[in-house]
Design a protein around this ligand. Structure first.
Ligand code: BGC
Length: 880
């Protein structure tokens, strides 16, 4: 075997974990990526697991699989660590070297592993002005040397832990927001280096967060999960002689008052540095004045390990412009609408207070906070005096581009004021670029809106008094998100919450976790496009990741939804009654009634019903449930027929003569034949042209219009829509310096004033779903099979764009395309990873099968034939 033909294998991964520390899966599935010469194919693999009781290799497994293969040995026990390596053998009998190892460690897998009890400060502490408490305990490390130490920790509320004066980990807003009554996440930290022989101390900051802080609109609600903050921590110290010391939260801990005077996710944080207690989390601190704690109930059976990464600071950014305003105020422009918080370094007299307010936009040179509604988003820092003091709030986040700082006492604002960007720290997996600078900026804005709204759960917006896990928004955006970031672990957790909060009758809440939302939203009612998240999003994630396990986990939830809609539908199969949001925020809907778009709400509802039924059938097929597959196929067919009978007129146009109606019929594969598709495509193109290539669609229609145009041979019209600059359009926002995607097409009105509507977010990802069309049609990169095991490159140049590229870090490795129009030729460079197959489908209909690796191909830049291009349509989406 010659060395250049030998494949190499990168360190494997377990499930969707970025860091496999403290995981909850006893038998995690393993994936790896191989780099091998073109033509090499895997014929088998061998896994090696090194566990405490020795190293074992599996027999060679004859398989071409390398994504989420079954765990090779006995399930991992609680707290067990293990190293996994893999090597692969080709059909040419070449064998790779062993991959670098992946270290996996499980958390506390059994409820009985928890010996600690949740503790809460006693009464007087908990009520007093909601001042976030501190908890502490001293302990001794004695006996044999410490081999390793782990901290398993969670809270009712938010927490940060310190051991011997040093912060543990870098997670923000831990333990995150789950459906707390059912599932509370805990985190596992390696704290071996924090400990020392002899006296030690552990301390915790607690704050209200989602558990008992004010959440929600119309004034919001506090104490949604309880009125007591609590900490549950279990520090396990394993000594070299095998003995174990456990320091758990119990009644020996003490509670005190910290320097945070108040903290709220919506309201911001108030901190008085004069109230700091130096040394409080180190041994030797006098906590004589502190109070006892009491035990509070927490069922350990509800504690779950994370399936995705934590929220972290992922980037710091300096101001691009600082302007002095009257009254001791600075106006700071960070140049980017982001989610995070401001860190300041100031010097001044003790007792001086610096106030930081946040906003996404300005009006008349001042912060415009009206769009925040009841979110106060104000941080206050009172100086201790005596030197430069650096501060950043701990338990809040804001959505902002601008900050107004009153009472600034820092040095150079460009150095001493920093915005720290926070979100779930997912790995970036997708990139796009093209020759059109504004399209690139639009794409960049989509990425920023994703970052700002993937904060432990997928939210609608990050700035106003909402920030909720709206089901419709992520249903629309999930395919785009799954291209750009590895969001599978995070969304898998959230989908569990959706399933546990799904009502007994199958109703899916409008947002999850569900909190009171006034009579429009609670109790929840079944709503098309929103509730369908349970059937569509697992499938979208499966398409991106190849993870059929997620389909299995969510199948019941999906099925229950479709069964509910079946009960709600009329005899013919139409979902023709009940409350619906329709094509939410259709620009033609009156501002006070965003659901009153021009497309019949029940046409949309029935289309979603058919589409979800189809997805349940596909899902049942993947899961090998053949009877159910047939049953839901029949249902989907029946609803499709009802849809056509009710909403498609004899001349092939739709009863609602709108872009959304045409696009949904095309993209949800509801039309009976190619002729009907062609008619709908033509009508759609005509409607787009008649609308002057401005947007005429809302949340539901917008993501479907460009793919539907492309699927029916109207790329030119799709490009005209993309490149439109007048309002409403994607690029219109750029004329108003948008750096994120807006909720409304005209969140900023053409005259530069902020839309007076109730809902005027400048950071909503839903309408950014057009980015997936940029990826799969403008650049031309699509998954032909789940997990990109087959890749289809289908570039469709247009709109005067002379080159475009997309790259995706797929489960098999890097997939990439870059095309260029030069000298009347279309030249395409593609990369297909080992383990995947790929082909180019040229605009003229011809096909080039691709080798793995990078290769370049070229064709005359001919006109494409007219007709149905079924490319980004339902058929493509459905390939299982
Ligand atoms: C949210 C959404 C959501 C919608 C539901 C809004 O307030 O911000 O994006 O989907 O309500 O109608």
């Amino acid at each position: 075997m010659s060395p250049e033909r030998t494949p190499t294998v990168a360190a494997p991964t377990a499930e969707h974990h970025r860091e496999a520390m403290g995981i909850g899966e006893p038998s995690p599935r393993i994936s790896w990526k191989t780099t091998a010469p073109a033509g090499w194919t895997q014929h088998g693999y061998q896994l090696e697991a090194t566990r405490t009781d020795g190293t074992r290799r599996t027999d060679w497994v004859t398989s071409q699989d390398s994504v989420l293969v079954p765990w090779p040995t006995a399930p991992l026990a609680s707290r067990e660590s293990c190293e996994i390596r893999v090597r692969v053998r080709g059909s040419d009998l070449t064998v790779s070297a062993w991959s670098p190892p992946l270290r996996i460690e499980t958390g506390l897998s059994e409820p009985t592993d928890w010996t600690a009890h949740a503790i809460s400060p006693q009464d007087p502490e908990r009520a007093a002005a909601r001042r976030p408490p501190l908890l502490r305990k001293e302990f001794a490390v004695v006996g044999a040397e410490v081999e390793r130490a782990r901290l398993y920790v969670t809270a009712h509320g938010l927490y940060e832990i310190e051991i011997n004066g040093r912060r543990v980990g870098d997670h923000a807003l831990a333990p995150g927001w789950t459906s707390y009554h059912h599932r509370l996440r805990y985190q596992t930290h390696d704290v071996t280096d924090h400990l020392r022989t002899g006296a030690n101390a552990i301390g915790a900051w607690l704050a209200d967060g989602w558990y008992r802080g004010r959440l929600g609109f119309d004034g919001g609600h506090a104490d949604l999960y309880g009125d007591r903050l609590a900490l549950l921590a279990q520090l396990e110290i394993v000594h070299r002689d095998g003995s174990v010391t456990v320091i758990g939260t119990d009644t020996s801990w003490r509670a005190g008052r910290g320097p945070i005077l108040s903290s709220g996710l919506l309201d911001g944080e108030t901190y008085d540095a004069r109230e700091e207690l130096p040394g409080w989390s180190s041994p030797g601190f006098d906590d004589g004045g502190w109070s006892p704690v009491t035990l509070v109930a927490r069922d350990p059976a509800t504690l779950v390990a994370p399936t995705g990464p934590p929220v972290r600071c992922t980037e710091e950014t300096e101001p691009v412009l600082v302007t002095a305003l009257d009254g001791d105020r600075l106006l700071v422009d960070f140049g980017q609408n982001l989610v995070g918080r401001v860190r300041i370094t100031v010097s001044g007299p003790a007792g001086h207070t610096v106030v930081i307010r946040h906003a996404e936009v300005l009006q008349n040179g001042e912060l415009c906070v009206r769009p925040l509604r009841d979110a106060v988003s104000t941080d206050r820092y009172t100086l201790r005096g005596g030197g430069p003091e650096t501060w950043e709030p701990r338990f809040t986040l804001h959505g902002f581009r601008y900050a107004e700082i009153t009472g600034w006492r820092g040095g150079d604002p460009g150095r001493d004021i920093v915005a720290r960007v926070h979100h779930t720290d997912m790995a970036r997996t997708g990139w796009f670029a093209c020759s059109h600078a504004q399209v690139n900026r639009l794409h960049e804005n989509v990425v920023w809106s994703l970052r700002g709204n993937f904060v432990d759960l997928p939210t609608d917006c990050p700035q106003r008094d909402e920030r909720l896990g709206w089901t419709g928004d992520i249903q629309i955006f999930a395919p785009t998100a799954a291209f750009l970031y590895d969001c599978h672990g995070m969304l898998a957790s959230w989908l569990r919450d959706v399933a546990v909060e799904q009502h007994d009758d199958g109703t899916v809440p409008w947002y999850v976790p569900q909190i009171p939302g006034g009579e429009q939203w609670t109790p929840a009612r079944p709503g098309a496009g929103w509730g369908d998240v349970v059937a569509l999003t697992p499938w979208d994630l499966y398409r991106a990741s190849g993870d059929a396990g997620l389909l299995a986990a969510q199948y019941d939830s999906a099925r229950r939804w479709v069964d509910l809609v079946t009960e709600l539908a009329d005899e013919s199969g139409l979902w023709s009654r009940g409350y619906q949001l329709g094509d939410w925020l259709d620009p033609f809907a009156p501002p006070h009634d965003p659901g009153a778009g021009r497309t019949d709400r029940h046409l949309i509802a029935t289309a979603y019903y058919a589409w979800s039924a189809r997805h349940v059938a596909w899902t049942a097929g993947v899961l090998g449930r053949e009877d159910e597959q047939r049953r839901y196929e029949r249902l989907a067919d029946r609803v499709r027929r009802a849809f056509v009978d009710a909403y498609v007129l004899p001349d092939g146009t739709m009863s609602s003569d709108t872009q959304t109606a045409c696009a949904i019929a095309l993209q949800f594969d509801l039309l009976p034949d190619a002729e009907a598709r062609a008619t709908a495509g033509r009508r759609l193109a005509d409607l787009v042209a008649a609308g002057g290539h401005t947007i005429q669609t809302g949340f539901i229609g917008t993501p479907l219009v460009t793919p539907a145009l492309s699927a029916t041979g109207h790329d030119d019209t799709a490009y005209s829509l993309l490149l439109q600059q007048e309002c409403p359009s994607w690029l219109y926002a750029l004329r108003h310096d948008a750096t994120t995607v807006w909720e409304r097409w005209d969140s900023m009105l053409p005259d530069g004033t902020v839309n007076p509507g109730e809902m005027t977010s400048f950071n909503h990802y839903a309408l950014g779903a057009v980015a997936q069309w940029l990826h799969n049609t403008v650049a031309g990169l699509t998954a032909g099979a789940p997990g990109y095991r087959d890749v289809v490159f289908r570039p469709r140049p247009g709109g005067g764009i002379t080159w475009a590229s997309a790259t995706h870090e797929s489960p098999y490795g890097r997939v990439a395309i870059r095309w260029e129009l030069r000298d009347s030729r279309l030249t395409v460079e593609t990369t297909v990873p080992t383990g995947a197959t790929g082909r180019i489908e040229w605009p003229d209909g011809s096909v080039t099968d691709l080798p793995t690796g990078t290769s370049t191909h070229s064709r005359p830049a001919a006109c494409r034939p007219a007709g149905d291009h079924a490319d980004t349509s339902a058929t493509q989406r459905s390939l299982a």
